[in-house]
Ligand binder design. Structure first.
Ligand SMILES: [Zn+2]
Length: 471
């Protein structure tokens, strides 16, 4: 069997003014993509010949620049042969947002179908935060998605999508996935799959997939809430080998179950106003507290350049603080023109998003070097300043210090600090495993956790909890 494989991902945020460019992607064309995806061995062990296209993943961000997106789509689609392939395996996020285009995933699939037609099956692995359009579901033959949030089944999901593709090819079937939407909007940080109320629904989905004869895949999506489009929000996508009525029936069952627990979604971690979060962190009995600057969460697409928390922490007189980190190209550049040990006064923040605050910091330059990116590549230069009560990491590009290896990449030991400020919502699993206590601060920004601040204009209505209760 010959299988074409490709992956193009950037989780979008339509509320931020920043754009995502080609340079923001970790990009691996042709066989270089084999190092980035987890299905190469699986396919080879099952006797498949692979046809690589491209792998391109970016840190979540604003709309992808149209010309840069089209270049990536062209490269991916050009590398898919029109003949001589038995199936296509794709690994997409499902909430890619593109300048003037909207859903990038939909556009990509349209180009692929325009080229290869509808006789070749497409199996897609997706993120739990995909905002599925009707067209995405119509154009693919099987949808497989993460079962965990925070995500820790990247590899398993990719392999499940590969298994489903081989099953489709071997049985010579062309399944049509069915989708039911759930008219609720819940910020990602109130939805963790290991905890109720979603835990029970995830278990139902797995059980249906395992026990219903002919069932290929039963998937629950929360969607990415920071995209102002009618297709934003949770959905259930069910793929049955041959029976679309059964698929629809189970999708409806799960959508009803999800809607029924809508009142039970609460923030699953300690989540308070910024000043209260700082007060709690300063007076905590624990040796260390992580503070999430949730409104400027780069892993939800925000700019990562808001100095709001630096200003609040300075005002509160907080001591032994690590700010990890803030994006400011000009400030980072100044650090590269100075010498290690120099004392610098810098303005940081507000260079990418006009709504972000700026702050003035004075500190000794203690480290310089490239920082590992969200996707494991290189996020570019960074500088660390010891400002006395506060240590601040300034990055040239947007970055996310969401895993210990990213701190290690700039020789930064976060363990001695009482307060570690991160531009995240809930902590990523690798960091959460080491955190004694984590508090989410309701800070302002384009990844605000407050639905009323999102100012959504195009989403479907009525939508719980924005509108009164409805059925
Ligand atoms: Zn996600």
């Amino acid at each position: 069997m010959r299988i074409a494989i490709g992956s193009l991902q950037c989780e979008g945020n339509s509320l931020t003014p920043i754009y995502t460019k080609f340079e923001d992607f970790d990009y691996a064309p042709g066989e270089a993509m084999y190092d980035e995806i987890k299905v190469v061995d699986y396919f080879r062990e099952h006797g498949c010949e692979l046809v690589p296209t491209i792998y391109a993943h970016a840190l979540p961000g604003g709309a992808v620049v149209k010309a840069d997106f089209l270049r990536l789509v062209d490269e991916l689609v050009d590398a898919i042969p029109t003949e001589g392939i038995d199936g296509i395996w794709l690994y997409l996020h499902g909430a890619m947002y593109v300048e003037e285009i909207g859903s990038g995933d939909t556009y990509l699939l349209k180009q692929i179908r325009a080229k290869v037609g509808y006789d070749i099956p497409i199996s897609v692995a997706m993120d739990f935060h995909a905002d599925n359009t009707d067209e995405i579901i119509r154009m693919v033959n099987c949808v497989t998605a993460f079962r965990t949030a925070p995500h820790c089944d990247h590899k398993e999901t990719q392999i499940r999508a590969a298994e489903n593709l081989l099953r489709i090819i071997e049985k010579k079937i062309m399944p049509a996935p069915q989708m039911e939407r759930v008219n609720v909007v819940i910020c990602g940080d109130a939805v963790q799959t290991a905890l109720e109320p979603l835990k029970g629904i995830m278990e139902m989905a797995e059980q249906f997939e395992r026990t219903v004869p002919g069932m290929l895949s039963v998937q629950v999506f929360n969607g990415q809430p920071w995209i102002d489009e009618p297709y934003m929000g949770p959905s259930i996508v069910v793929t049955h080998e041959s029976d679309t009525a059964i698929a629809k029936e189970y999708a409806k069952k799960l959508a009803d179950a999800f809607y029924a627990v809508r009142h039970d979604f609460k923030f699953l971690i300690e989540a308070v106003e910024p000043d209260e979060a700082i007060r709690r962190a300063m007076t905590a009995a624990e040796a260390q507290v992580f503070l999430s600057d949730s409104g400027d969460n780069t892993t939800a697409g925000a700019a990562g350049d808001n100095a709001f928390m630096i200003n609040r922490l300075q005002r509160a007189g907080a001591k032994n603080v690590l700010v990890a980190g803030i994006a400011d190209e000009a400030a980072c550049e100044k650090c590269y023109q100075a010498n290690i040990g120099d004392v610098l006064t810098l303005q940081v923040g507000g260079s990418l998003d006009k709504n972000s605050e700026t702050a003035t910091i004075t500190g000794k330059l203690i480290h310089r070097g490239d920082i590992v990116s969200y996707t494991g590549g290189n996020a570019g230069p960074s500088a660390t300043l010891d400002c006395g009560d506060m240590t601040v990491v300034v990055t040239k590009n947007r970055a996310s210090m969401c895993r210990p290896d990213i701190f290690e990449s700039i020789d930064l030991d976060y363990t001695p600090y009482k307060i570690v400020v991160v531009k995240l919502g809930y902590l990523f699993p690798e960091l959460a495993a080491k955190a004694e206590r984590a508090i989410l601060a309701f800070t302002p920004g384009s990844s605000t956790e407050r639905l009323e601040d999102m100012n959504m204009k195009k989403i479907r209505r009525p939508m719980f909890p924005l509108d009164d209760d409805f059925q």
